[in-house]
Design a protein around this ligand. Structure first.
Ligand code: FMN
Ligand code: EPS
Length: 389
């Protein structure tokens, strides 16, 4: 079964990742992994950390001459900023006044600082924020980019992009075609479908930054080419829509997930939500609409998968909120670490990566997970079987 694990701190030497369960025989496009990493660094509203980092992946296991061998794939993304944090982040040197120079004692509301400190017994909340930081999502994007390449090898494609920033929304009509979305989002730095709102959003981000405040937004992911029947209705823990929702909620700062029409479906009539069934000779079953976001009974139904995620505003406010010092319980302003005003653009790549992993895992759970050519053959045979159903 596919799985992954990451390790590493925001200002430590590197992020490390291990992805297991990728079949042998996949030609990895390292440039595409690096392009996803670069996209995760982008977007208007990022803080100055991204000027220091130039994220690129180093593959240190599981791949030979560019082709996966079936074993765990080991990955490294370096933290360039570590050069400025060597002593503070040294994993072995004993604690000295020098390397404890930047303790964090005033937890930021909305970040993991306070609860993480209480749970693990840290008074220097740097021990929490270093790992809870979304710096770790760089590795998740490298892993997701490999999953995306596996999906593409069987005709599945997906894309994550920005639908809304703060209260400013993109076009009301959101397409179902991954290629069309890809084309549209490359034309602006907000990873949105339409340039019209982008100036307004830049202004909103500038005003918000000047006011010492932060913004969230809404992300949309569309995946196409999935055969019907990934996931299952037979048990709660086999429902693929549930796994995707969990994976999306596992991305830092996500507070809501919708599949298809999501919450809107609750206030609609059944006739406006259920996707009517059609059939074509040689093609098999189809739907007239996709309100249910490609899922029925926890299984893909062959329509595009549509997932939306709501990201809360960034917790670190330069105009700091009330906090309490964990060393003396005095009411103080929260700590301010260098921070993004909004990270909705990078988060859209991270959410895409989270969905890519779950889809790749469902695929390799359903079909052969040892050899890519066998997996491809089985998927092709299954598609044929569905066409004849
Ligand atoms: C790509 C990305 C970048 C982020 N950048 C920041 C940041 O600069 N400052 C900050 O306080 N939070 C940032 N966050 C959000 C925090 O990581 C997140 O709120 C925190 O880990 C607490 O977890 P929770 O919001 O999921 O409860 C970022 C999130 C993402 C996905
Ligand atoms: C480093 C990244 O994001 C970081 C996520 C983050 C947080 O609290 O989540 C806080 C900031 O860290 P720093 O104080 O080092 O600038 C962001 O820059 C990244 O995305 O590569």
């Amino acid at each position: 079964m596919m799985n992954y694990m990451t390790a590493g701190e925001s200002h430590g030497p590197q992020l490390t990742g291990i992805l297991e369960g990728v079949p042998a025989g996949l030609h990895l496009d390292v440039d595409a992994i690096n392009a996803a990493l670069a996209a995760r660094q982008g977007g208007y509203g990022r803080g100055s950390r991204q000027k220091i980092e130039h994220d690129t992946v180093q593959i240190v296991g599981g791949v030979r001459h560019g082709i996966t061998m079936g074993g765990p794939i080991a990955l490294v993304v370096a933290n360039r900023d570590h050069a400025h944090w060597g002593e503070i982040m040294d994993p072995v040197a004993p604690e000295t006044p020098e390397n404890t120079l930047r303790p964090v004692n005033r937890p930021r509301p909305g970040h993991a600082d306070l609860v993480g400190g209480m749970k693990y017994g840290h008074r220097d909340l740097r021990n929490v924020l270093e790992r809870s930081s979304a710096r770790e999502t760089a590795m998740r994007v490298a892993i997701g980019a490999i999953c995306k390449q596996l999906l593409q090898a069987v005709g599945v494609d997906l894309v994550g992009y920005v639908e809304q920033v703060g209260s400013v929304a993109g076009p009301a009509e959101q397409p179902l075609d991954v290629q069309a979305i890809n084309k549209a989002i490359t034309s602006n730095d907000m990873r949105m479908l339409d340039d019209k709102q982008v100036d307004q959003i830049h202004e909103l981000i500038d005003d918000t930054r000047r006011a010492g405040n932060t913004l969230g937004g809404i992300i949309r992911v569309v995946a196409t080419g999935l055969p019907a029947g990934l996931g299952s209705y037979v048990s709660w823990d086999q429902k693929l829509d549930a796994k995707i929702a969990a994976a999306v909620m596992g991305v830092n700062a996500m507070k809501g997930v919708e599949i298809g029409d999501g919450f809107k479906a609750a206030t609609s009539l059944g006739s406006d939500v259920m996707d009517e069934i059609d059939w074509h000779e040689g093609e098999g079953f189809d739907r007239l609409t996709d309100h249910l976001g490609g899922f029925e009974g926890g299984m893909t139904n062959g329509m595009p998968v549509i997932v939306k995620a709501a990201m809360k505003p960034i917790p670190t406010l330069y105009k700091a909120l009330q906090s309490v010092d964990v060393t003396n319980h005095e009411v103080k302003k929260a700590n301010v670490e260098r921070s993004d005003t909004t990270a909705i653009v990078p988060a859209s790549i991270v959410v895409e990566s989270a969905v890519a992993f779950e889809l790749a895992r469902a695929l390799t759970d359903t079909f052969d997970d040892n050899k890519l050519a066998r997996l491809q053959q089985q998927v092709a045979d299954y598609r044929e079987e569905l066409r004849e159903f």
